[in-house]
Design a protein around this ligand. Sequence first.
Ligand SMILES: Nc1ncnc2c1ncn2[C@@H]1O[C@H](COP(=O)(O)OP(=O)(O)OP(=O)(O)O)[C@@H](O)[C@H]1O
Length: 115
Amino acid sequence: MERFLKSFFYAFKGLAYAFKTQLNFKMHCFSGALIIALGLYLKLSIIEWLWISLAIALVFIVELINTAMEVLVDLVSPQQHPKAGTIKDIAAAAVLVTALLALSIGLLIFVPKLI
Ligand SMILES: Nc1ncnc2c1ncn2[C@@H]1O[C@H](COP(=O)(O)OP(=O)(O)OP(=O)(O)O)[C@@H](O)[C@H]1O
């Protein structure tokens, strides 16, 4: 049980690290909160909430993996190296693709309700 609680503590430490150090992560938290508030206001259906939760969670997951990649790259390659840069660029591209997917889901769900 203690080990189980400790693993939660470490996971929260990871979340806190990403929140403190990554401006993007803070922006995604803010956008996520805004989208949830709008969803409550517009009384989304269960299926719509499923899509929105999936979109929000995916952005967070990929952003967290990107943060871990950045820390790992800085650890193994503190000096500039083209491959280190490429790894960071690819991880950043994964965040971009996920954010675009989340934006499309958001637009498909919210635009028809707002026009
Ligand atoms: N060790 C390195 N070697 C070569 N290029 C690097 C290296 N570190 C970073 N870069 C390049 O600089 C870009 C920005 O790197 P940085 O570490 O600032 O990442 P970031 O995505 O801006 O993260 P942060 O959210 O911490 O600002 C990378 O996408 C990469 O192109």
